[in-house]
Design a protein around this ligand. Structure first.
Ligand code: UDP
Length: 496
């Protein structure tokens, strides 16, 4: 147990990006460091802190050295209403550059806090490329957090390096992503727009890559048994160090109280407990593996046209389902209200409006599969729960994650989405109910292919549980990383 020694001396600052799905895993990671006696301060703005403060309070009460340091977001200076300080499902497009401006104003304050709080190292989100220089000025390591999979980052690297999309004649012709461990095929339409045609985001991504190369290393919410080939590939391609430390959701949230409060703003929790226990009660009344969970993450709202197709596919499937719905403002939702009444009366379906207690739902034995947009957090949480997935990627790096699930791990069945789209934009494509129904039938079915897929998913869940135990891959990585950071600190103190 030599590696488990006390190290109260090591001080860390964690800086999550201002969006729920980047905050959730990085806060869980920060909590893991505190669990292993690293003194942790999380820097964020007051409104974003409400998303996770309950978890920090629980950890503090457990005697762990962790706290939040809140910054005041300069909303009025950048022309935003008070309280708008995050990129989320309701953030209007015109607000996005203003939030970035607010973050830029906060940068000097964050830099001086790194010094004032005597940080021995910083772990910052990929969207803070400047922090590598801030750390260099203080002579301390910066570790970059990726909210993505190793496969997605490796695929991105492959596309940027080899530009395979230039070698096909049409947007829908398939090409192979060169140089990767598996033969993964995609089309030009499935690539993010900034990869096809350079724009401002392309420039930002280049800055991020440059800052990663100059960082001490990177950390991912992943584990070796899930995508070790891609971890090795990525380290080689980037020429950097990297540690897989996941699944962080299971490791950091072992009690029901942790799971229930995760990712929910305190303000929104009034009445939520009752609502949450309602959905869990409903699941408890259902047989094992019988319910399909349908969720598209924290960032998306479909227009009615698409909601109708999903609703019909679910009703026609014959399976019980739990669907997390977000209705677009200003769209007629009467058909959904009718739909909800009908499925409630038949006891076939349960609709959750808004935020679902996802960790508690996924681990419930009644859940038999999930339809997911392939957001990396949801993928990790589903793997952890041993669930096979019907994959419905939409934006960011989700089409790459689909490749990992369907082609590399064979625990996913593709719904068959053809077109990448920008976050908050729906695009032209409407996925039809027949297409959705086919994927659900395979996911929940009893044929050999379906049974095998679910068996593989359960095996990965066992591997995930081993990864975070003493001697497991992620556990060992965390201890080794902490030890390395301690010796870097000693070198610095001794002037080496
Ligand atoms: N989440 C949740 N309840 C919801 C929606 C999302 O708990 O109703 C959590 C989910 O468990 C995951 C995160 O929010 O941890 C969503 O992240 P993901 O990467 O899956 O998707 P994104 O929100 O970035 O599209």
């Amino acid at each position: 147990m030599a590696m488990e020694k006390e190290n109260h001396e090591l001080r860390a600052i964690f800086v999550p990006f201002l969006s729920t799905s980047h905050i959730i895993p990085l806060v869980d990671m920060a909590r893991l460091f505190a669990m292993h006696d690293v003194d942790v301060t999380i820097l964020t703005t007051s409104h974003n802190a409400t998303i996770f403060q309950k978890s920090i309070d629980l950890d503090s009460a457990r005697g762990r050295p962790i706290r939040t340091h809140c910054l005041k977001f300069p909303a009025s200076m950048v022309g935003l209403p008070a309280g708008v300080e995050a990129f989320n499902v309701d953030t209007r497009k015109d607000m996005l550059p203003k939030i970035f401006m607010g973050l830029a104003i906060l940068q000097p304050e964050m830099e001086s806090l790194f010094q004032q709080l005597n940080a021995d190292f910083i772990v910052t989100d990929m969207f803070y490329p400047w922090s590598v220089d801030a750390a260099a000025k203080l002579g301390i390591p910066r570790i970059m957090f990726h909210g993505a999979s190793y496969l997605a980052r490796s695929a991105l690297h492959s596309v940027q390096h080899y530009k395979p999309y230039l070698k096909v004649d049409s947007d829908s012709e398939k090409f192979v992503l060169p140089g990767l461990p598996h033969e993964l095929e995609m089309t030009r339409l499935q690539l993010p727009d900034w990869l096809r045609e350079p724009n401002g985001y392309t420039h930002l991504m280049e800055m991020i890559r440059d800052s990663e190369r100059r960082s001490y290393g990177s950390v991912f919410d992943s584990f070796y048994e899930l995508e070790g080939e891609y971890l090795d590939h990525y380290k080689k391609a980037m020429g950097t160090k990297s540690w897989s430390l996941g699944p962080v959701s299971m490791w950091a949230n072992q009690d029901a109280a942790d799971k229930a409060g995760r990712g929910q703003a305190k303000l929104e929790q009034k009445g939520k407990e009752e609502e949450d226990s309602g959905c869990l009660k409903w699941l408890h009344s259902k047989p094992e593996n019988s319910v399909l969970y349908v969720s598209f993450g924290s960032m998306s709202k479909f227009p009615s046209l698409q909601l109708v197709e999903i609703a019909q596919a679910l009703e026609d499937s014959g399976h019980d389902f739990m669907w997390v719905v977000k209705k677009k403002d200003g769209e007629d939702g009467s058909f959904l209200e009718e739909f909800e009444k009908r499925v409630k009366a038949s006891n076939k379906g349960y609709l959750i409006w808004g935020w679902a207690p996802q960790l508690l739902i996924l681990e419930n034995p009644a859940i038999g599969g999930i339809v997911t947009h392939c957001g990396w957090n949801t993928v990790m949480e589903s793997v952890n729960a041993g669930l096979a997935m019907a994959t419905w990627p939409m934006f960011a790096e989700q089409f790459f994650n689909e490749k990992l699930l369907v082609d590399a791990l064979k625990i996913g069945v593709a719904v068959g989405v053809k077109e990448w789209r920008k976050w908050q934009q729906f695009g032209e494509e409407v996925v039809k109910k027949d297409q959705i129904a086919k994927a659900i039938a395979l996911l929940m079915g009893n044929g050999e292919e379906s049974v095998e897929m679910r068996r593989r998913a359960r095996e990965l869940s066992d591997a995930a549980k081993r990864a975070i135990k003493f001697g497991g891959s992620s556990h060992t990585n965390l201890l080794q990383l902490i030890q390395e950071l301690e010796s870097l600190k000693l070198d610095r103190i001794n002037g080496k």
